[in-house]
Structures are given as structure tokens and as C-alpha cells.
Design a binder for this molecule. Sequence first.
Ligand SMILES: [Zn+2]
Ligand SMILES: [Zn+2]
Length: 124
Amino acid sequence: MYTDKTLTCADCGQQFVFTASEQDFYAQRGFTEPRRCPTDRAARKAARQSSGAGYSSGYGEAGSYGGGGGYSSGGSYSSGGYDRGPREMFSATCSNCGNEARVPFRPTSGKPVYCSDCFRSMRG
Ligand SMILES: [Zn+2]
Ligand SMILES: [Zn+2]
């Protein structure tokens, strides 16, 4: 089994805890150890997503930080800024086929929303 590990972030040099449950999660998906702290990972992910429509391959990462408050050192995670639950999904009606579309952002009226099938076929 796994035990909590302390890793050093390749970006900011801060130490962060790679918890046992995260290690298990990563191992199950064949991921290598994270090289960056959750803050930098979230920042990079946000940067990546802002250039697309939010449909990046980053799905699934969000649920991995349930592992029990290991982020006490450094004090930067104090005020609930870090979302530890699964990503909130909103349901909407696909503008193309009318099926239910589940999107990770709140659908704004006037903007077309597509279900994953239509989104994929539109992308080619
Ligand atoms: Zn960092
Ligand atoms: Zn559709």
C-alpha cells in the first residue's frame, strides 16, 4: 500500500504532500508522480482551459484530492479556495441535438451548449 509522500514542486519549489490516496489514483491511471504542487497544477490547468471551451482532457483530476487535509504546510490552502469535491456539473440542453448536455460551467443563455457527442463531432 501507499504512504503519504512529500514532493517538491518543480515550479515554485514548495513542498507538497502526495497523499496515499492520490498515489493510488495516479497508479491506477498509469500517471507518473506530479512534479508540481496542486496550486501550480490548478493554475496550469486553468490556463489551458481558458484557451479552449473547458473541454480539455483534464477531466477526472478534480476528484482526486479527497485525501484528508494533507495540505497544512505553507498555509496557502487555508480558506477553502481549493475545490476538493468532484467538479460541479450543470445540465443543459444540447443546442444541436436536444439531448441533455452536462457541462462543467454554468450555461449562459444565448450561448450554444453542446453535449459531448456533438462537441466531439464538431471538433472533428
Ligand atoms: Zn508549485
Ligand atoms: Zn448534442
